[in-house]
Design a protein. Sequence first.
Length: 200
Amino acid sequence: MASLSLPRFIAHLRSDAANLYALIDSARDHSLVTQMRQANIEHHCLFSGVKALTLARVAPYLVPMAALAPHLERLVPYAWGGAWSMVVRGTAGVEATRIQLKKSSLVRLPDGRSAYFRFYDARVFDRFMRIGTEGQLRWMLGDRLDGLTWVSGGDATRTRTVRHGPARKGLWGLVPATVPLRVTEHHWADMAGTREGARP
């Protein structure tokens, strides 16, 4: 397990900000989205239409890291591990990333009914990672997402990342091979434990 410091984590978020997004679960802290709205920070509800209005206080929101970059020193200690417990990487743009995540949030149950899958709550996703198949993970990532980083085990000092592995050529270079998924884990060396007074 590799060690990860708070400054290094923030530096990574800033260095790749054009391709990274915070996934905010407003059901865990709806005040965070209110604060972003007041601060004019760009954010996009995963839901659309009527559901975006009726579920606004409990919906998931996608926030471009570039919009959060000036606030990370205050925001990470305050929100990471709570309402914000997942980072998404995608190079297809904010709307394509939002659509892929929206698709991943709606699943079909064995009895044929549809239900919302709260994968954007890291506690739910962490349990899913223990029982989900690689095919299900590939379906979640689709071809729009490069990877997901989330708080592991409800401990904000531990994170795990699932991402597409390096591409490999298929049979004699003619048949595309399945790109393996890789999971890595980090432990925070100096994660700030307090959330007092920190706001975006």
